[in-house]
Design a protein. Structure first.
Length: 382
């Protein structure tokens, strides 16, 4: 097991209606913010609630909502320019991964003097960052606790990891009421992606007792959130349980590492604008089956914690029951179960494998993999 080297930087607040006190929470970090918000939230009351809460205590904000194609460098440049010209004191991120990742990058690079693409190509950020307050509107935020965040290089559409400072995110507010913006299909695919992220952290070569603790609790909560608790003693609403599971899974991933499914999802999303959640959820059963060959006990343990594998079922039988359960969940809500269903070609998957092979987490996968091995794995799910 790998040595533990981990620091938790943001203050985490999780609970229903926590955003009603947003202005109270942000005041210690400034009175003028750049609000980076997912444009998909315009059709809901989320933006209005945020605006009302900030205005109540005279917190000024400028809104940036030109997010169209993930966390790409073209939109990052626009947001960074707006933040600098507006002389903001902090960044407020509201939305899914697009908003959170762009916000983290703006915060990191605000006081940097060199060209953006020098940092995209590997130069670490070292200047004093702006404080960032993050409000996820989905149940997962796996890159919010790390100092390496994925961005899409608009020049090539290749996924890159931006090296940012520690402690950028000062405050993270999880309000499960914001999950109402998700459709049933989105909620299932994001839940399975979150579950996959936790599993990857559990079987990674970088796993440690700390990440294991978060993973096991995340899996247990995920089971309760999706299927209900077996005991009447647990009456917590499902959306709160899923938010708790997402928070735990994100912490687990940050103190361990993401794996094959998450790397593939990042690369596919960057190249072809296909949902990360769909890619990860399709690959998840194959992750289970593959890891079952060399980390069977760990996969069995997760299956039991999730509540889909009977306590009397063990080893290979437990692994197969676990994988089949995930496939049944996808089929139940008519989500795709093969990568070809996403209208992606085998040639495109070869490019995806090459892109993923350049990223650092390749060194801490559950088992050693070359780019060819990675491609062979993707072919199984095609």
């Amino acid at each position: 097991m790998a040595d533990l080297s981990f620091r938790i930087s943001p203050n985490i607040i999780l609970g229903s209606y926590t955003t009603t006190r947003l202005s109270q929470y942000v005041k210690p970090y400034g009175t003028r913010f750049l609000l980076i918000i997912d444009p998909d939230l315009k059709d809901f009351a989320v933006a209005d609630k945020i605006s009302q809460s900030l205005s109540e205590r005279n917190v000024e904000f400028i809104t940036f909502d030109h997010l169209t194609d993930g966390s790409n460098t073209k939109e990052l440049e626009q947001a960074l320019s707006l933040a600098r010209n507006s002389h903001v004191q902090g960044i407020l991120a509201v939305g899914g991964s697009k908003a959170l990742l762009v916000s983290a990058a703006v915060s990191a690079l605000f006081n940097e003097k060199k060209d953006l693409y020098e940092y995209v190509d590997g130069l670490p950020s070292e200047s004093e960052p702006l404080p960032m307050i993050s409000i996820p509107t989905t149940m997962r935020a796996p890159y919010s606790f790390t100092n390496k965040i994925p961005v899409m290089d608009s020049r090539t559409r290749q996924i890159k990891l931006l090296h940012i400072q520690n402690n950028i995110c000062k405050l993270m507010i999880w309000d499960p009421n914001f999950f109402v913006t998700l459709t049933e299909n989105q909620q299932v695919s994001m839940a399975l992606e979150t579950f996959c992220i936790a599993t990857e952290a559990y079987i990674s070569q970088k796993a440690n007792f700390f990440s294991d603790m978060f993973t096991e609790k995340a899996v247990e909560l995920m089971g309760y959130g999706l299927d209900g608790a077996k005991s009447l003693d647990i009456s917590t609403p499902s959306e709160v349980l899923l938010a708790q599971a997402g928070c735990m899974a994100s912490l687990a991933s940050s103190s361990s590492s993401i794996g094959v499914a998450s790397l593939a999802a990042l690369a596919v999303n960057a190249r072809y604008s296909i949902s990360r959640s769909l890619v990860a959820s399709i690959l998840f059963p194959y992750i289970i089956e593959d890891a079952g060959k060399y980390k069977c006990e760990r996969i069995e343990r997760i299956g039991h914690l999730f509540g889909v594998v009977d306590e009397n079922t063990h080893r290979e039988e437990a692994v197969q029951a676990f994988a089949e359960n995930i496939r049944q969940r996808l089929a139940k809500v008519n989500l795709p179960t093969r990568l070809k269903d996403l209208n992606i070609t085998m040639e495109q998957l070869a490019i995806v494998a090459e892109d993923a092979g350049t990223l650092e987490p390749m060194n801490t996968l559950a088992r050693s993999m070359t780019t060819d091995d990675f491609f062979d794995f993707l072919k199984q799910a095609y």
